[in-house]
Write a protein of this length. Structure first.
Lengths: 227, 259
C-alpha cells in the first residue's frame, strides 16, 4: 500500500527541463511542475543520458530536433520566439551607445559559449553585422544566458548579448541597446516530450496549455514573441 | 567484529575508488593522450599550470612567514584570526566566488578590474588553497621544539638565522605536506574561479572549468581531463604521505617533540 502511495506522489510532479531564459515565465505559467533550468545543450545532454525529463523546452530548434532524429523525443513544436539584445550596466562604464562601439579595444564583453543557444545566436548576429572581430573583446563564455546577464547586472562586464526577455528579470540594473532588425537571427523555442517520459499524457497536456491562450498570454507578458 | 569492520573498510574503499576506476575504464590510454592534444585541453592545461604556479608562489612566499608569526606569537584574538584563516577551507566555493566578487569586483569593496583576468584565477586559487598551507604550516612551526630555538638564540643566532637555519628545517616536512595539499586543492578549484574569473579558453579556463565546459559537448575530452586531474592528484596525495614519513626530526635530540 505504502509503495502505491509513493508512486502516486512521485507522479504528481511533472519534470520540466527548460532553457534558462524560461526560468521566470514557466513557474508563473504552471507552479506545480518541477523545473530544471539550464543551457539547452546541457539539458539535451542530460535527456540523452536518461535524466527523468517529461518535457524538454529548448531555446533553439537544434537540440529537440537532434533528440527527435535519435528517436529520443516526440516531434518538436515551436511555442515561442525571442530577440537578441545588447545590454550594458545602467552606469554604462564603457560608454557603449551602439553595437558598433563593441569594436573598441579593452571592452569587457560576455557572451554565451559556443553550442549554448544564446552563444550561437550571438555569433550569428555578429556575422550578420560583419562584426565577428568584436569577439576578441570577449572576457568570458558562459554556459547559459542567465549567467551572461548576471555579469552585466553585477556591473562586472561592460556589455553582453542576451534575450529581450532576460532584461525584464534584472529590471533597471541594465540598459538595453537596440540592434538593427535586419541582423537578428531567428530565435525559435521548441518543445518535445522525451520518449523515456513516464507521464506523457500529463506532459502533452502541459504543452497544449502552453500553446493555448493561457500559455500565450503568459509568454507575451514576459516579452516573448509568439509563433 | 573484526570481520564486520573489514567489510566496512572494503565497502568504504570500494565506494571511494569506484568513480576514479570508472573514469579510467571509460577511456583507453591512447584515446586519453589523443584527447589531451585537443586545443581546449591543451589550453586548459597551460592556464592551470601557470595560474597555479603563481598562486603557489604567493601562498608559500607570504604564507610561510605568516604561519610562523601565528605559531610563535601569543596575542589577543589569536583564535579568531586562526579561524578566519581556516574559514575558506569549509566555505562553499560558490560563497568564495561571491565574496571575491564583492571584494575585488568592479562594484566591490576594493573596486578593482581584475574580474575575468588571469589575475582573478590566481586570486581564486590562492584564496581556497592558502588555508591548507597556512594551517599545516602553523602546526608544523608549533611542533618545533622551543628549547632548540631558545638554544640557538642564547648561542647568539639572530632572529632571521634562527628562522632560516633552525625553525624552517625542523618544520620542513610539515611545510612540504601543506604545500602539496594546497597545490592539489588549487588545481581542483572550480566554483570560485568560474564565478569570479569567468571561463574563456586560453585565458581563464582552467582544467576543472574545461571539464565542465566540455561535459555536454565532447564527453571524451571531459573524461580525459578528468582522468588526468585524478591521476595527478593521486600522485600529489601520495607525495604528502611520503613527506610526512620523512619528516622525522633532523636533530636526534628533538625526537621527544616530533610531530
Amino acid at each position: 500500500m505504502k509503495l502505491v502511495a509513493l508512486t502516486v506522489l512521485a507522479a504528481a510532479h511533472l519534470n520540466v527541463f527548460g532553457a534558462a531564459s524560461l526560468a521566470e515565465v514557466l513557474p508563473r505559467f504552471d507552479g506545480t511542475a518541477r523545473y530544471q533550468f539550464g543551457g539547452s545543450d546541457q539539458l539535451a545532454f542530460q535527456v540523452r543520458g536518461g535524466a527523468p525529463a517529461d518535457l524538454f523546452l529548448a531555446a533553439s530548434p537544434k537540440y529537440p530536433q537532434d533528440l527527435y532524429e535519435q528517436h529520443r523525443c516526440s516531434k518538436p513544436v515551436t511555442f515561442a520566439t525571442n530577440t537578441v539584445v545588447l545590454v550594458v550596466p545602467r552606469a554604462n562604464p564603457a560608454r557603449i551607445r551602439s553595437v558598433y562601439d563593441l569594436r573598441r579595444d579593452g571592452i569587457k564583453l560576455v557572451v554565451g559559449a559556443k553550442g549554448v543557444p544564446i552563444g550561437d545566436y550571438t555569433r550569428r548576429l555578429l556575422a550578420n553585422l560583419g562584426l565577428t572581430a568584436v569577439l576578441s573583446n570577449v572576457v568570458s563564455e558562459e554556459d547559459d544566458v542567465k549567467l551572461v546577464v548576471a555579469k552585466v547586472a553585477l556591473g562586472e562586464a561592460d556589455a553582453a548579448f542576451v534575450y529581450r526577455t532576460d532584461v525584464k528579470a534584472v529590471g533597471n540594473r541594465v540598459l538595453r541597446l537596440a540592434i538593427p532588425a535586419s541582423a537578428q537571427p531567428t530565435v525559435a523555442y521548441r518543445a518535445c516530450v522525451p520518449t523515456a517520459s513516464k507521464q506523457k499524457p500529463a506532459a502533452r497536456a502541459y504543452l497544449r496549455r502552453l500553446l493555448g491562450p493561457t500559455g500565450r498570454a503568459r509568454l507575451r507578458d514576459a516579452g516573448f514573441g509568439l509563433p | 567484529m573484526r570481520a564486520a569492520f573489514a567489510v566496512c573498510a572494503a565497502v568504504a574503499v570500494a565506494f571511494l575508488a569506484l568513480p576514479v576506476v570508472a573514469l579510467f575504464s571509460r577511456i583507453s590510454p591512447a584515446t586519453l593522450l589523443a584527447q589531451l592534444g585537443e586545443p581546449a585541453a591543451r589550453d586548459a592545461l597551460v592556464v592551470s599550470l601557470k595560474t597555479n604556479a603563481i598562486a603557489q608562489t604567493l601562498v608559500l612566499g607570504i604564507g610561510t612567514p605568516a604561519a610562523h608569526v601565528l605559531a610563535t606569537r601569543r596575542f589577543r584574538g589569536r583564535d579568531l584570526v586562526l579561524t578566519l584563516v581556516e574559514l575558506p577551507l569549509v566555505l562553499p566555493p560558490a560563497v568564495a566566488g561571491v565574496g571575491l566578487l564583492a571584494a575585488f569586483g568592479r562594484m566591490g569593496l576594493l573596486s578593482t578590474s581584475v574580474a575575468f583576468t588571469q589575475t582573478a584565477v590566481v586570486l581564486a586559487v590562492a584564496y581556497v588553497a592558502a588555508p591548507f598551507y597556512i594551517r599545516t604550516a602553523v602546526a608544523a612551526f608549533e611542533a618545533v621544539d622551543a628549547t632548540i630555538v631558545d638554544a640557538a638564540r642564547t648561542l647568539g643566532a639572530r632572529p632571521w638565522r634562527v628562522f632560516a637555519r633552525v625553525a624552517l628545517p625542523l618544520a620542513a616536512g610539515g611545510l612540504g605536506a601543506g604545500a602539496v595539499l594546497a597545490f592539489a586543492r588549487g588545481l581542483g578549484e572550480f566554483g570560485a574561479t568560474i564565478m569570479f574569473a569567468g571561463s574563456l579558453q586560453g585565458v581563464t579556463q582552467t582544467l576543472p572549468l574545461a571539464i565542465y565546459a566540455q561535459f555536454g559537448r565532447d564527453f571524451e575530452v571531459a573524461l580525459a581531463l578528468g582522468a588526468l586531474l585524478a591521476a595527478f592528484s593521486f600522485a600529489l596525495l601520495l607525495a604528502v604521505k611520503w613527506l610526512r614519513f620523512t619528516s622525522t626530526p633532523v636533530f636526534p635530540f628533538a625526537s621527544s617533540s616530533s610531530a
